[in-house]
Structure formats: C-alpha cells, structure tokens
Design a protein around this ligand. Structure first.
Ligand code: SMG
Ligand code: MG
Length: 368
C-alpha cells in the first residue's frame, strides 16, 4: 500500500458528566483522529492522548505535532507500507507510542478494509460480544458515588471500577461493597500512592477486589513487586506497561498478577496482541482498558477484547457512558455486553454530520 495522504482531525466531545481521577477532572474529550488515505481504501485511527500530559507524558497537541513533523512524512515516503511494518519504520522516533498507535491503527484499518477483513478476525477474536465494565470517577460524596454505581448496575454493567486516591479509598470501597454485595469490583489509583502507603492499601484486602490497578508510579515496577508482597489484592499494571518487554519484566518480577492492555499506550494493536499472547502463555489474565474513546477507538478495542486471554471485563463501556452523541452509531449494552463489529476494518464509519458537529480543526498532509 502507498499512503497518499494523512488527515489530522481534532474533535471536541462534551462528556455527559465530569470524570474525576487522581490526576484531574475531564469535562470534555479533546480527540485527535487520524485518517489514512491509500489508493484502495481509507482507514481511521483514534489517538488516545489526553489534552494534558497527566495520565502519561503524551498529550494531544504533542501527538499531532510528532505525526505532522516526523511520523506521517516517514510513512508517506515509504513504499509498500503494511501495518506490520509501521512500527519498525517509525522506530527511529523514540517514544510517542500513542501517536504511533493512531497512525498504525489507521493503516491497519485501511489494509483490512481493502481486503474485506474485520479487526476481530484479523486479531483472533473468539467471541461475538464482550462483557462491559465501567470506570466510576471520584465523587464529592459517598451518596453521589452510590447513586452513580446504582445507575450503572441498573444499566447492566457487569463490573464496577472505582477510581481511588489518598483519602478516597477504603471508605468508598467499603460503602460500595456493603451496599451492592457480591458484584465484580476493582479499583484504579492512577499512580497516586507510594510504597509508604502499603498499610492503607492493605486495608483494601478485606473487600475481595478483583484487583488494584496502578497504585504506584509508572516507573516503579520493582516497587510494585514489593507492594504485591505486602497486600493480598492482586496488583494490575496499566501506565507501567508500555511494551511487551515491560510486560515480560513485570511478570518475571511478580509486579503484576493482571495486566490492563490499552493499544494506544503500547503503540498499537499488534503490540497489544503480543502482550495478550505473552500473558496468556504465562497464565496472566488481561482486560482491555479505555481512554474515553469515541466509537472509532471503541470499535477496535471491542474487537481486541474478544481475544481468548481477555478473561476479565474491560473498561469497554457503551458510548452513552461518556457521550450524548457519538461520532459513529453508538455502542449499546445488550445484556451487559457490547457486540464485536463484523464489518471490514474497525467495522464502523464516522457519521459525517456528527463528525462535522464536533470538529474543531482539520489538516491534510499530502504525500509529496
Ligand atoms: O474509557 O472508560 C474509559 C476510561 C476508563 O478509567 C479509565 N481510564 O487509567 O484506566 C485508566 C483511565 C485513564 C483515563 S482517565 C481520564
Ligand atoms: Mg488505569
């Protein structure tokens, strides 16, 4: 495939409610969409970077700039681009995995659309629907939190994840466990603690959590191993796992008993599948994370989550969890599950009206 152009489209999507984590509050999702144009087909990728570098070091303006200046020109200068060769072509540029993932996903989408194959079939999906979990932000009060969880359970979500931070941990977890009984429950700290907090985190052992996600800083793999020896709740890594190598280290060091796979964080769906394969071979359960994706990113995530090693429900929620209107036809809960798209490529198309409504800027980079 030769790439004749790359469109960078910025959209601003209002959230149905503010989403608060240990690192900040989101009220709108500022998304960079990448459209790759080839003579045979077009493909879409969604960059998961946030507006500010607070989840990880990447951020939307930076991702757009590295694609514009370095990544897209490199790919457009190459002949016979395939998704399988994108990572090695882009390897001279260090880091910027979310930017690279968006571009690689768009290339893969174009490649699969051209040959009429779905993401699920390509990746090795073994299910036609996946169980949906939901991530519940930090709230101002316990009654508000209980109302939110109650609403999500009524909608049919099969697993609840509570965002935690120091002073919003044991009390909300206890309240949710006492009120809702035997639900699948887990927590995510987004790196808000240190090893000095081990005694507090050990108090969560009483609540039969599926896992605690990323309690410590991104670089602290060894300290996560140390923490894992001090608490009974299984430690799951998110931010720390940027590659299959990092996943192998975390498993070998016993720093993670569970891994959250986010294709954007690891450089794309091909690396995500490698991590899945590694974890499966090592008996490590994985689940698909979320970055408040629009239907474009969500479609590909749902396909990935249908692989056999994804044995825990993911943060693969319905479109309505975040958006009153999505840019594709919405993902909806059916009996607590989302249906894996079957069409070619990601299997969904942006709706021109919705795209136009949310677009804040667009630029087209043409091959020279
Ligand atoms: O897409 O449902 C989603 C978001 C799930 O909690 C979620 N993501 O650390 O796992 C995580 C966070 C990162 C984004 S928070 C703004
Ligand atoms: Mg997380």
């Amino acid at each position: 495939m030769d790439i004749t152009g790359v469109e960078l489209r910025r959209i601003a999507m209002p959230l149905v409610a503010p989403f608060r984590t240990s690192f900040g509050t989101e009220t709108a999702r500022d998304v960079l969409l990448v459209r790759v144009v080839t003579p045979d087909a077009e493909g879409w990728g969604e960059c998961v970077a946030m507006s500010e570098p607070v989840y990880s070091s990447e951020y939307v303006d930076g991702a757009a700039e590295v694609i514009r200046r370095f990544l897209a020109p490199t790919l457009m200068a190459a002949r016979d681009v395939t998704a399988e060769r994108v990572a090695s072509r882009l390897a001279p540029v260090r880091g910027h995995r979310m930017a690279k993932a968006a571009l690689e996903t768009a290339v893969l989408d174009a490649q699969l659309r051209a040959r009429g194959e779905s993401f699920g079939a390509f990746l090795g999906a073994e299910r036609d629907r996946v169980p949906a979990g939901v991530s519940v932000g930090i709230m101002d009060s316990i009654p508000e939190l209980l109302d939110a969880v109650d609403g999500y359970l009524a909608e049919g979500y099969l697993r609840i994840k509570l965002k935690i931070e120091p002073d919003w941990d044991v009390v909300p977890v206890r309240a949710v466990r006492e009120r809702f009984g035997d639900i699948l429950l887990q927590v995510d700290a987004n790196a808000a603690y240190t090893l000095a907090d081990a005694a507090t985190l050990a108090r969560l052992d009483d609540f039969d959590l599926l896992l605690i996600e990323q309690p410590l800083a991104e670089d602290d793999i060894r300290q996560h191993a140390e923490l894992a020896r001090l608490i009974r709740t299984p430690v799951c890594l998110d931010e720390s796992i940027g590659s299959v190598e990092a996943a192998a280290d975390a498993i070998a060091l016993r720093a993670a008993r569970v891994i959250n796979i986010k294709p954007g964080r690891v450089g794309g769906y091909l690396e995500a599948r490698r991590i899945h394969d590694l974890c499966r071979a090592n008996g490590i359960p994985v689940w698909c994370g979320g970055m408040l994706e629009t239907g474009i990113g969500r479609a590909a995530n749902v396909a990935l989550a249908a692989l056999p090693g994804f044995t825990l429900p993911g943060d693969t929620s319905a479109s309505s969890r975040y958006f009153a209107r999505d840019v594709t036809s919405p993902f909806v809960l059916e009996d607590g599950h989302l249906r894996v798209p079957e069409g070619a490529g990601i299997g969904v198309d942006p709706l021109p009206d919705a795209l136009a409504e949310f677009t804040t800027s667009s630029e087209y980079l043409a091959a020279v």
